[in-house]
Design a binder for this molecule. Sequence first.
Ligand code: MIG
Length: 766
Amino acid sequence: MPAFPWKYQLSDHSCAIEAGDLLNKYTNCPGTPLQIEAVTDSTLRIHARTQKSFAVETAPSSTGTLQLVEAASGDSAETSVLVLATDSLRITIDDALHLQISSSDGTVLCSDYTGPLQEAESLTEEEIEQMRQEGHVVHAGDDACRFQITKKLFGDEAFYGLGDKTGFLNKIGYDYTMWNTDNPDPHVENPTFKALYKSIPFFIALRNDCVYGIFFDNHFKTNFDMGYSSTDYYSFGAADGELDYYFFYGDTIADIISQYTALTGRCPLPQLWTLGYHQSRWGYSSQQEVLDLAQNFIDNDLPCDVIHMDIDYMDNYKVFTVDKNRFPDLTALSDILHQKGIRLVTIIDPGTKVENGYHMYEEGIKNNYFAQTPDGEVYENVVWPGDSVFPDYTSSIVRNWWGSQTKFLLDQGISGIWNDMNEPASFRGPLPDDVVFPGDDMPRQHKEVHNVFGHLMAKATYEGIKKNSGKRPFVITRACYSGTQKYSTAWTGDNQSIWAHLKLSIPQLLNLGMSGMPFVGTDIGGFGSNTNPELLSRWIQASCFAPLFRNHCAKFSRCQEPWQFDKQTLDIYRTYVRLRYRFIPYLYDLFYEESRTGMPIIRPLVMHYQNDPEVRECNDEYLVGDRILVAPVTDQGVHVKVVYLPEGTWIDYWTKERISGGKYILRDAPIDVCPIYIKGDSIIPAWPQLDHIPDGGSEELILEYYPASADSSKYVHYQDNGADFAYEAGEYNLYRFRADKDGELSVSMEHEGYEHHYETLRVEVY
Ligand code: MIG
């Protein structure tokens, strides 16, 4: 019997393997044994980690049971194997440390690849230089991985997740880099766009008969080659750091998301008003301009709950200051707006201006709060304020300090904070890899901190707002890492007013949702370049259910508030903003569900029709929860839409026509129509027409009921004060509604803890 080339030790929940050099190459963590841990019976953790994770803040306590099935394999075996099992998984490890994971019925789910690897394309220095001179972006050797895990492709995989990456819903055949990046060029699916603002190293692999997920918890620069280099394998690897990845197994995509978010956290319930319409523009630069803007919404009969103030409100771009010439009385401004039902959100960048006498700079310098050069000097780069320094958010003391600054804005009536430039972006070249973040446990270099910089800034902001306001914090961030969903919403950064970006917004938001980030949106109308009436009309339709619902654009582009064009554009815009407001109670119910299960608000069809091969690659439709299907037009000049309806009865929202699914239909979609379908037998809670989201929600709740084959339908609805954390102490109501075809409604309370109830409840049968 061949002897094991390594030693193993098994305990109830884990198996530790010591294999010397073999292991060091594999884990990049010399001297530390490889652990195979049964976090649960369906979540495995494979790691040699010694350092703390910023995504999984409390190391998971393993509850799964790991049993030894077989050690070595008898006399005839050429290689030795170790076979371990949980209740639902079987793990086979060979003497070269290749892992194979099967379900307990024997289906091989995921297997390390053992064949030869493709050589990377190599160019000579001279060739690279020539190409760069002509302006080409040439990636040469900068994605090198120090260690890498390579898995076999069985040929039936579709990959989802990976955060905000460009391209289609299914990531098969592409390679991506996780390195938070602010690149203003138009983000296209072209392989030159390997990295965007967010690094969420988690993906879901859907195969014909099974589904699993992998989360590679490493925030150095990582690479995900999803079958780009070869159709035989895919791989993930890191420039440095330690091996630590989780394997999730379940019956459905939802099971995988739920396990991933059980580890990295879920987006807590938001304040109700955050689900309304947000208007922004880089360039609103005086108190009067903001007041006029608000008045325009009122005059044009348009709902609006939030106005965002970009960098021009600050004094010389100094964070936590206000330009007194342009905004002489911010408190008065927010009071006036508040009376009109509108709130203010202000932008905050991490780059802190170098200026003697400026409190943020002086306090930070005095206390060593900023990142340093390797020689221990304060590190400076250039951002909006000119010479700037970068807070060390890896330190809890610095995070507390930063968070406490939010009081300055909250005291002036500001309702939320928008974190920008936190990749971190910098104007005088990127931060060098060896910039030091002293931290409070150990110093770390920029190459390790980069991908969590924005994440930790969001955490600081969230905790500061929570402490200073007692409300559910509203934070928006551009840069993220796994787990940012606990602290912040996110937008997809600087898109452009081009049709390609309207199209991209759908798979991008859906993949973010499947990556555990549910509260996301794109800049409606497009940020850079100039929008036009048709594009804006299609964009508001496509985004009507986007969890974060904000129109934003750049200073140097044409204005794109809804009234900037013709009456038709304004009318279309109003229709879809009003439709959004009608369904806010449904969206809020989905947030309640999400906060408990991690399920995204908007979902790709494949999440609910996993066995329907037709929806694996559906890039231009989405579901809101499980019962509204939206099929927006995303091409210029197109006025019919090919809509795929999965199995079941679907009711055209506009005509109420009943259609049986499992087929493609052609739907007329003139410029004012976004095809929307309701799943038969659904109840959907709705509000009467409201111009703003009232504190505590509407007094009236309408239940839209769409009977199809059943005699009655049920729906569970959540209600609370929509503002603070009282719900955690039980101050909420859960209604169980039952409606029948005559519009008869019965209500029972599943939980009753919030004193406020609806004045009117009524059913509308469609
Ligand atoms: O370098 O604050 O993505 O939304 O309007 C540009 C100005 C800085 C980038 C953000 C954008 C914002 C802009 N910011």
